[in-house]
Write a protein that binds this ligand. Structure first.
Ligand code: DGL
Length: 269
């Protein structure tokens, strides 16, 4: 069957969104993708929302110029800062990572208590709180910004005692409040799952926004009849706005395997 063979655009502040890209590619193997990692401005977490919004709009504009059929904002911080306004400005389907994660959290909690860990930017925006309360106002939400965890993952320490010490500290309050679901509200955190299980065994059901977002992308494509042709040989492009030291090492950690070839693009002269 012939379908819509335009690529899906995916972007993030850097290589963290590769966790989301990977989940999309696993679930939708026929779909071509164009990924942009804004390593020139990484990290987005500590930046002003207005700044993150400007970068995000520029990247969406670029992806639009590449004739994508949909844009997935794979970054929680960028979703928090830009998704709502972007929907007013751009005439193309936009999917963020917060809505799918919030929905999975509300569906999973038995006690009606959800913890959310994220960057400072995401926590300050309160977007997870709003998204969860919109779905079920009775669910209690405990948010915690955990900026150190991004650095721990990028250093390759996600599965080490260093990560365990940070998690023990960062999750203590959420565990004490009795939350039974923990939203991993940052691209990097899915890699911390084994350490979380060791420090707080069986305490939380973990919501991984990479998986929930890939599910949402699939539903939207089906709903809009925008799936690529069956058995297509999809092309995948990995673009970055800068190539910092240790790029390959960090990208391999987050992608979970060797990252395919990347190309540097210049969006801001
Ligand atoms: N990608 C970001 C997020 O999901 C984490 C890294 C950053 O601060 O840019 O929030």
């Amino acid at each position: 069957m012939t379908g819509d063979d335009r690529p899906i655009g995916v972007f993030d502040s850097g290589v963290g969104g590769l966790t989301v890209l990977r989940a999309i590619r696993e679930r939708l193997p026929d779909e071509p993708t164009v990924y942009v990692g804004d390593l020139l401005h990484f990290p987005y977490g500590p930046r002003f929302q207005s700044e993150v919004r400007t970068f995000s709009f520029d990247i969406i504009r670029y992806l639009q110029s590449r004739d994508v059929k949909m844009v997935v904002i794979a970054c929680n911080t960028a979703t928090a800062a830009a998704l709502n306004q972007a929907r007013e400005v751009f005439d193309l389907p936009l999917i963020g990572v917060i809505g799918p994660g919030a929905q999975a959290a509300v569906e999973s909690t038995r006690k009606g208590l959800v913890g959310v860990i994220s960057t400072e930017g995401t926590a300050l925006s309160q977007e997870y709180l709003h998204a969860i309360k919109e779905l079920d106002p009775m669910v209690g939400v405990y948010q915690k910004a955990c900026p150190e965890l991004v650095e721990i993952v990028e250093s390759g320490d996600a599965d080490t005692p260093r990560a365990e010490r940070a998690l023990e500290r960062d999750l203590a309050e959420i565990a004490r409040m009795g939350a039974d679901v923990l939203v991993l509200g940052c691209t990097h955190y899915p890699l911390l799952k084994p350490a979380i299980e060791r420090v707080y065994p069986g305490a939380f059901q973990l919501v991984d926004s990479a998986q929930t977002t890939a599910g949402m992308v699939e539903r939207r494509l089906d709903h809009a009849r925008m799936r690529a042709s069956d058995g297509a040989q999809p092309r995948h492009e990995l673009l970055v706005t800068a190539v910092p030291d240790r790029f390959n090492e960090v990208a391999d950690i987050l992608f979970g395997e060797k990252v395919p070839e990347i190309r540097e693009i210049n969006l801001w002269d």
